[in-house]
Design a protein around this ligand. Structure first.
Ligand SMILES: Cc1cc2nc3c(=O)[nH]c(=O)nc-3n(C[C@H](O)[C@H](O)[C@H](O)COP(=O)(O)OP(=O)(O)OC[C@H]3O[C@@H](n4cnc5c(N)ncnc54)[C@H](O)[C@@H]3O)c2cc1C
Length: 409
């Protein structure tokens, strides 16, 4: 059951829908017939209240629905800015298909936009607007793009590519007020007192897990809905998964929030099996996300960043807290033009990697990080100045594959 009229679609695909690379129908992987074949009957309805003791949910229209087991997968929503003008027409966000359609409708009629926020979603909106011919100003609160995940070189690569496409980046710039013109966005005032005329303001400063339903019925909440290793909440027969859930990460010993498509799907299917009587443990895998930053394919694996990002008030879309839980690590890196590889090295293992451009090594690196493969043999060579990091990893990988290849009888 979902409140969204459009039903199940690829949320990550919205970025490509905005740029015009995907048509709307390509966002929908399943037809009604596919759902029927599974015996699933999607229902469009807004849930108003959960009554776990009675095993009931109350819908917005006042009706009730009984359940044996309940999954809460209410996702997350864009954090709001608390400034005058935030509710004006022309202020947009990107949570869902409806939002993407609103952005496209605005872009058809308007010429200038301001985008605020330092993570993937803000960048996706910038790229969508640019692809639709809108003059785009991009406000960053700090001095570079996504500093808690990317290093300075990577941020500058992304920024350079945006500037090449005509995006005007405003560093150290924060919104103070959104100004109205005939009931619509007409401009913005920044905290340093400057003003800028624009017709669209897009806000993507982070997301908040949707926990209201769970909170109101007394489930245990921290920032997300707390679940145990079986994805069960503090109430009997109630499970939670995806962006709304805060799940245990045995690697760092904490409950963390992921807002990634892959983990949401994996959690959903394990919760489903447990709801059907199984007893399967969800063990969080090493974060792996293939994304596109300013047109550059980028894979983020394991732990890569550190510190705080002032541009994001919460975790970002398509993001994992694990990326920032950085234990002691040193860096090996190699880059040439837009192909860049950065490794975070622990004592004997690779803790994380960023692969920008050529993706040949992203899958091997995911395995090396996930399996905590001992790379002591090549570590000192990886750390030499101007080390051919990619070649060393490729060589190590192919040697390992030969040694571990199944032997033919
Ligand atoms: C623009 C965009 C780009 C993204 N890009 C990536 C990416 O590149 N890589 C990646 O890994 N992840 C990406 N993500 C994140 C990814 O889509 C999410 O992690 C994933 O969709 C989470 O799934 P979920 O089922 O937990 O929640 P959602 O997909 O958010 O679904 C929650 C659903 O619950 C419904 N709902 C909420 N409250 C109620 C209620 N009271 N009653 C009825 N229905 C309700 C909502 O309407 C919604 O349909 C992106 C997200 C967005 C928005």
């Amino acid at each position: 059951m979902s409140a969204e009229k459009s039903g199940y679609y690829s949320r990550p695909g919205l970025a490509y829908y905005l740029t015009g690379e995907l048509k709307e129908k390509q966002l929908f992987p399943f037809s009604t017939r596919d759902f029927n074949a599974l015996g699933v009957h999607p229902q469009i309805a807004q849930v108003k209240k959960l009554l776990p003791e009675q095993h009931l949910v109350e819908l917005q229209d006042g009706s009730y629905l009984g359940y044996d087991r309940l999954l809460i997968a209410t996702g997350a929503c864009a954090a709001r800015v608390n400034i005058p003008g935030a509710d004006l027409k022309g202020v947009v966000k990107l949570d869902n298909l409806f939002d993407a359609q609103q952005i496209m409708a605005q872009a058809r009629r308007r010429r200038t936009a301001v985008v605020v926020g330092g993570g993937i979603t803000a960048l996706e909106i910038v790229e969508g607007l640019v692809a639709r011919g809108v003059k785009t100003h991009y406000f960053l609160r700090g001095d570079r793009y996504w500093p808690n995940v990317l290093d300075e070189t990577e941020s500058r690569i992304v920024e350079g590519r945006l500037k090449d496409h005509g995006v005007k980046i405003h560093y150290h710039t924060e919104l103070d007020e959104i100004l109205a013109r005939k009931g619509h966005v007409g401009g913005v005032r920044t905290k340093d007192g400057g003003t800028l005329r624009c017709d669209i303001v897009a806000i993507a400063i982070g997301i908040r897990p949707r926990v209201k339903l769970a909170q109101e019925c007394g489930l245990e909440i921290e920032r997300g809905i707390l679940v145990d290793e079986y994805l069960q909440t503090s109430a009997a027969d109630v499970y939670a998964a995806g962006d709304a859930a805060q799940v245990y990460d045995p690697f760092i010993g904490k409950h963390v929030i992921d807002s990634l498509w892959g983990p949401a799907r994996q959690q959903g299917s394990i919760a489903g099996r447990n709801m059907a009587g199984g007893r399967e443990i969800y063990s969080k895998t090493v974060a792996f996300n293939v994304t596109r930053l300013a047109g550059l394919t980028t894979t983020i694996i394991g732990t890569v960043g550190k510190g705080k990002d002032d541009d994001l008030v919460g975790i970002a879309r398509g993001d994992s807290e694990t990326w920032r839980q950085l234990p002691d690590a040193i860096i090996a890196q190699q880059d040439f033009e837009v192909n860049r590889l950065r490794l975070m090295l622990g004592e004997k293992t690779i803790l994380g990697a960023i692969v920008m451009g050529d993706q040949t090594l992203s899958k091997p690196l995911h395995t090396l990080v996930s399996d905590r493969v001992d790379i002591s043999l090549i570590k000192s060579r990886l750390l030499e100045p101007r080390a051919p990091v990619a070649d060393l990893i490729a060589e190590f990988w192919s040697h390992r594959r030969t040694v571990h290849a199944p032997q033919l009888a």
